[in-house]
Ligand binder design. Structure first.
Ligand code: ME8
Length: 540
């Protein structure tokens, strides 16, 4: 991956790993776009756990702000009721996609509101806020302020958002302001000293030139509505929703709490290892967020990785564009694991990716049905037929025979880890795919059906079968962060139930750990070939 970044290793490695998704607005239900970030985060979190890191994976919901207040009012219910109706839909959708988050924060949680207020007090004490009048434009759907220089005026006189093209509101309010303008040089110095902070590199360049163009102070409280976290020292003001939302990353791990257990958690996990975000919200995460943390005297995150957009017919998928597809519509056709595999392997993480049903079907059939699924079926069948459904002993007299699978598997951990270290999912998957395709060729070339014809070649048959089974065990380990359910199933069939829960993948993936005598169950195909009729339906 050329346009990438270096590793996210910190000088003081605490053995912990903290990773987050954005917290999603509750004005929409989960769609392929929000699911994409969440799956990518899940895959990285699963990998870090398997690789021995004490991992914390946070996701959640952004429940305050004008947009949510307006949606609730239009539905004739209170904003809290609105949030309470949407929140379970996210939780269910993530569960259905096998998302293994350790926590789920909602900005209406008491722990969060308390933390936000503690943060206000810190900013106040450190002198980074002041009160003034805001006269300017506001985009409610994006919850973003725009200056007169940034807005777009249409021919009919309407003023629209430069980002999303929707009409802007003019706001005249007395607000609290954050002295963001004081942080330009400090931010540039931080980017300079931490070249890996913003990834991929294109985004880093974009942020640097934005900061160099000059930062203005930011309005961070609102007074014309009340759906937000109240200021601890100024009644009638609620926190600007982006300030509220960004703070979730620290309130969820105990910021603002007096409880020693919370404080310990904060010390363990902060600063965050990676914030995953879409490229739409990079400035909030790479400019405003680190400036807020610097103002409060807290360390900045180690990395923000901004991925691209999933597009349908060339447009970003989103609720407002009316082109949102629910993950369940695709998992019903492809299954959860194939869905996860496709988006993480075929779309280069960082770049935009078109959502194509045809391409999904192609990848499903070639990589999963014909390669991974086929390999497991044929090797487990072989084991049933020739070795009574048991892992054969590897014959000592075969130790010096060429063993291409062992050779490939020997370097797999290093190759895979090197890719995951730079957030290259496609590369990590390709490293496992190489072993998979080699194993299919190996079985084909070794012709076990011929070896089975004579007692003289019985040892060779046992060696071929053992090697193929052992390669499968290794692949199931490395595929587990991407396809956790399939790996769990492969391990069940190998009588190694739960092997994907390991915290020591480097050790467990060492060649030869598969014990002879383990029962091997054949089972149904892991990835049945897709019915052409189903695909025609799906494309409509
Ligand atoms: O921005 N392709 O929430 P949001 C890829 N609440 N990713 C997409 C996508 C697409 N078509 N559509 C959405 C907010 N996403 C704030 C965040 S965080 C402190 C506050 C993903 O519900 C992507 O990660 O609009 C994007 O950044 C995020 O959803 C925006 O979610």
């Amino acid at each position: 991956m050329e346009d990438t970044c270096r590793k996210y290793e910190s000088e003081a490695d605490k053995g912990s790993f903290y990773i987050t998704t954005p917290i999603y607005y509750v004005n929409a239900t989960p769609h392929l776009g929000t699911a994409y970030t969440t799956m990518a985060t899940d895959t990285m979190a699963r990998w870090q756990r398997m690789d021995g890191k004490d991992t914390r994976f946070l996701t959640g919901l952004d429940e305050h702000g004008q947009k949510v207040a307006q949606s609730a009012a239009a539905a004739g219910i209170s904003p809290q009721e609105w949030c309470d109706r949407i929140a379970p839909k996210f939780k269910e959708a993530w569960k259905a996609l096998s998302i293994s988050n350790d926590d789920f924060i909602r900005t209406t949680d008491e722990r969060h509101m308390r933390g936000v207020q503690a943060f206000w007090n810190a900013l106040y004490e450190k002198g980074y806020i002041y009160k003034d009048t805001y006269d300017g434009w506001y985009c409610v759907p994006e919850e973003t302020f725009f200056t007169a220089e940034q807005i777009v005026k249409k021919e009919d006189g309407t003023v629209v958002c430069p980002d999303c093209g929707r009409p802007l509101e003019f706001v005249h309010e007395e607000n609290w302001f954050f002295k963001l303008s004081e942080f330009g040089d400090k931010l540039l110095a931080y980017y300079d000293e931490h070249p890996d902070f913003i990834c991929p590199t294109t985004r880093r360049n974009e942020v640097i030139s934005f900061v160099k163009s000059g930062l203005k102070d930011l309005s961070i409280s609102r007074t014309t509505f009340d759906w937000g976290v109240p200021l601890p020292f100024d009644e009638g003001h609620v926190t600007y929703v982006w300030i509220d939302a960004l703070l979730n990353y620290i309130t969820a791990i105990g910021y603002g709490s007096d409880d020693p257990a919370d404080q310990e958690m904060f010390a363990k996990y902060w600063p965050c290892d990676i914030h995953y975000v879409g490229k739409d919200i990079i400035r909030f995460h790479c400019v405003i967020w680190p400036a807020m943390l610097m103002a409060a005297g807290l360390p900045c995150p180690k990395k923000v990785f901004a991925h691209g957009f999933l597009l349908t017919k060339g447009e970003k998928m989103s609720k407002s564009k009316g082109n949102a597809v629910a993950p369940a519509d695709l998992t019903a056709i492809f299954g959860v694991d194939a869905y996860r595999y496709y988006f993480l392997s075929d779309v280069q993480f960082g770049a935009d990716g078109a959502i194509s049903m045809d391409r999904m079907a192609q990848v499903y059939n070639s990589d999963l049905a014909n390669q991974w699924g086929n390999l497991v079926s044929r090797v487990f069948n072989m084991c049933g037929k020739y070795f009574d459904g048991k892992v054969p002993e590897f014959p000592a007299n075969q130790a010096d025979a060429p063993n291409p699978l062992r050779d490939i598997a020997a370097g797999l951990y290093d190759r895979y880890k090197a890719c995951m270290d730079v957030v290259d999912y496609s590369g990590a998957v390709a490293a496992v795919g190489e072993l998979c395709s080699a194993a299919n060729h190996y079985v084909e070339d070794s012709a076990p059906w011929n070896l089975a014809k004579s007692e003289e070649t019985r040892d060779q048959l046992a060696a071929v079968s053992y090697n193929a089974l052992e390669a499968i065990r290794s692949m199931a380990l490395f595929y587990a962060p991407f396809m956790p359910n399939t790996s769990a199933e492969v391990f069940r069939r190998l009588s190694l139930e739960g092997a994907q829960e390991t915290r020591r993948i480097q050790h467990c993936s060492k060649w030869g750990k598969l014990a002879a005598g383990n029962a091997v169950t054949k089972g149904a195909p892991l990835f049945p070939r897709l019915d052409a009729k189903v695909l025609t339906l799906a494309d409509k």
